[in-house]
Design a protein around this ligand. Structure first.
Ligand SMILES: [Zn+2]
Ligand SMILES: [Zn+2]
Length: 190
């Protein structure tokens, strides 16, 4: 049963030799493993070591293997407005043809989408997974869609204190305050 043994290396590598050349044969893969590296960006991503789930269907077709399914993981990031932690459950669709070497395409001018190289032994899914997850991640993560962010004057978190305001000093009073400074002997207003 050598074909079921995981080649040492990337957990994104799925052995698939067993269904090559048997068009119509389908096999399901269900894997769960810690992410060997961050998936995503500095703003938000699936941290290294966080659990990544793969639920895939591998279908043997004429030119290789048609892979479809879902990658699930939890991304962690920072709200772009209030800097709070943001956690986002990602369930990203995956699909693509892993094409056997030497397959000739009729129209070589158009680079087809969703076609990946395949050595006939192992499906190397890292790139597909990485792209699928990245596509689901927001460019600017937010803790809440209407996160009010931070007070631009004192940095307080406005979601905790919606009525947060700073007293606007009337210009006339500031003029008096300036006098105050000039006359330290004067009694302070209570
Ligand atoms: Zn926020
Ligand atoms: Zn403030």
């Amino acid at each position: 049963m050598s074909h079921t043994k995981r080649r040492p290396g990337s957990p994104y590598d799925i052995p698939a030799r067993d269904i090559i050349g048997r068009p119509g044969t389908q096999r399901f893969v269900s894997e769960m493993f810690p992410a060997p590296a961050v998936l995503g960006t500095d703003m938000i991503g699936v941290p290294e070591g966080a659990e990544v789930g793969l639920e895939l269907s591998l279908e043997s077709v004429q030119d290789g293997i048609w892979v479809s399914g879902t990658v699930t993981a939890e991304a962690v990031g920072e709200c772009g407005r209030c800097l709070d932690e943001v956690r986002l459950t990602v369930a990203a669709p995956i699909q693509g043809l892993f094409e056997l070497p030497g397959v000739e395409r009729e129209d070589e001018e158009e680079e087809p989408e969703d076609v990946y190289e395949f050595d006939g032994e192992t499906l190397e899914l890292e790139e597909v997974v990485r792209d699928a997850v990245a596509e689901q991640l927001p460019f600017t993560p937010l803790c809440e869609p209407d996160c009010p962010g931070l007070c631009d004057q004192c940095g307080a978190r406005l979601a905790d204190d919606p009525d947060h305001t700073h007293e606007k000093i009337d210009p006339r009073w500031s003029a008096l305050q300036a006098l105050d400074v000039d006359e330290p002997a004067q009694k302070k207003e209570s």
